[in-house]
Design a protein around this ligand. Structure first.
Ligand SMILES: Cc1cc2nc3c(=O)[nH]c(=O)nc-3n(C[C@H](O)[C@H](O)[C@H](O)COP(=O)(O)O)c2cc1C
Length: 113
């Protein structure tokens, strides 16, 4: 699972937390043992870091396996993406998001072995 989210009031946006809360009550513990990658960004400099660490804390209770590095926290994200074209316009951001996804793919493959 790949989660991409902004940060709201130094934490997980309520709608995202609500989705995790509802899914966590399903009988088959849908997050248990599942790898989860978290990416975030913000117009500000801290770039959603607090959201990511709060979400990782939630994942501990759900027995999910949070992928940790390389972290993706995109500061000034409003200058680096084109939301109408659905693209990352900043080349270095594009590269480290790609590096994160590649590393996550390897992480998932290793877990499955
Ligand atoms: C209710 C609210 C709380 C926010 N809190 C934070 C915050 O704690 N840290 C931060 O970096 N940005 C914060 N932001 C700015 C968001 O990162 C930015 O607005 C982002 O684009 C939100 O996307 P959305 O409005 O599409 O959900 C907040 C925005 C909103 C609407």
């Amino acid at each position: 699972m790949i989660v991409v989210s902004p940060e709201y009031n130094y934490s997980i946006p309520g709608t995202l937390k609500n989705a995790f809360d509802w899914l966590s009550r399903l009988p088959d513990a849908p997050f248990a043992g599942k790898p989860v990658s978290i990416l975030g960004g913000s117009p500000g400099p801290v770039a959603g870091a607090r959201m990511q660490y709060h979400l990782r804390q939630v994942l501990v209770f759900l027995d999910a396996i949070a992928f940790t590095k390389p972290e993706v926290m995109i500061g000034s994200i409003n200058t680096k993406v084109d939301v109408t074209a659905n693209t990352i316009t900043d080349e270095s951001t594009r590269q480290f998001v790609a590096a994160h996804l590649k590393a996550f793919e390897l992480f998932v493959r290793r877990l499955r072995q």
